[in-house]
Design a protein. Structure first.
Length: 243
């Protein structure tokens, strides 16, 4: 039932009847970010979707991790692209959790909610297209189980060209009204905006152009209420149960 509800909400975001509840890097206010326990927590909290970040490691697998460098969350100072999967699996996030592959996250989520994948590192597009196709063809997944986003609009366009049936969203830290036009010209379906730079004018312009608009990273009650009042379609939060 949760899968059906999540896909239905994702497919009708401009109806304004519901605000999608999206867990930032899982539910990273409660568990170490971008780990299986964090994604499982987000599912337990009833998220419509989870947001995560991907890079490609030296042996070719897609790795779920926010930073290019491992130093903030592990004991290694290497870049993800410099290590093979076998080496990455010897590291711990916050000294407790393994770094997951995107495939491991897909298997955990198993269509219980949609997955918002942010394209980060170089060379991820072709590997992502291959992995998504595998799950659609062989494991009963649907195009609506995914939404792809990035600050890198060229990378986003590359993905959209290769997999046009999956929704894409342009990420902006300081969006302007002009960015709505850029997003539409890109062929994207929505905008993901920083909470500090999301205005009523931006929301209205996005909707006028047939785009959905999500806002990140909204954690405090005052901010949540303020963003909800703007009529956005989704909120990304470290504490998704607060939405």
């Amino acid at each position: 039932m949760k899968q059906i509800i999540g896909i239905t909400l994702l497919s009708s975001q401009l109806s304004h009847t519901s605000i999608l509840k999206i867990g930032h890097r899982g539910a990273c206010g409660y568990e170490p970010e971008n780990t299986l326990v964090s994604f499982n927590k987000a599912i337990d909290l009833g998220c419509d979707g989870i947001e995560l970040d991907i890079h490609k490691c030296k042996s070719g697998q897609l790795i779920v991790f926010h930073d290019e460098n491992l130093c903030r969350l592990t004991t290694s100072s290497k870049k993800i692209s410099e290590l093979k999967l076998s080496q990455l699996k010897k590291l711990k996030v916050r000294e407790t959790q393994l770094i997951p592959t995107l495939k491991e996250v897909f298997d955990l989520v198993d269509k219980k909610c949609f997955i918002n994948i942010e394209l980060k590192g170089l060379g991820v597009v072709d590997a992502l297209v291959e992995l998504i196709n595998e799950y659609i063809k062989n494991k009963g997944w649907d195009y609506n189980n995914f939404i792809i986003s990035s600050f890198d609009l060229n990378m986003l366009k590359d993905f959209h060209t290769k997999m046009p049936n999956i929704r894409i969203a342009a990420l902006f830290s300081q969006p302007t009204i002009k960015d709505v036009e850029i997003t539409k010209e890109l062929g994207a379906h929505g905008i993901v905006s920083n909470k500090n730079n999301t205005t009523q004018e931006l929301v209205d312009e996005a909707h006028k152009n047939g785009l959905f608009i999500w806002v990140y990273t909204v954690n405090e009650a005052e901010d949540i209420n303020k963003i909800k009042a703007l009529g956005v379609n989704g909120i990304i939060s470290d504490f998704p149960d607060r939405i």
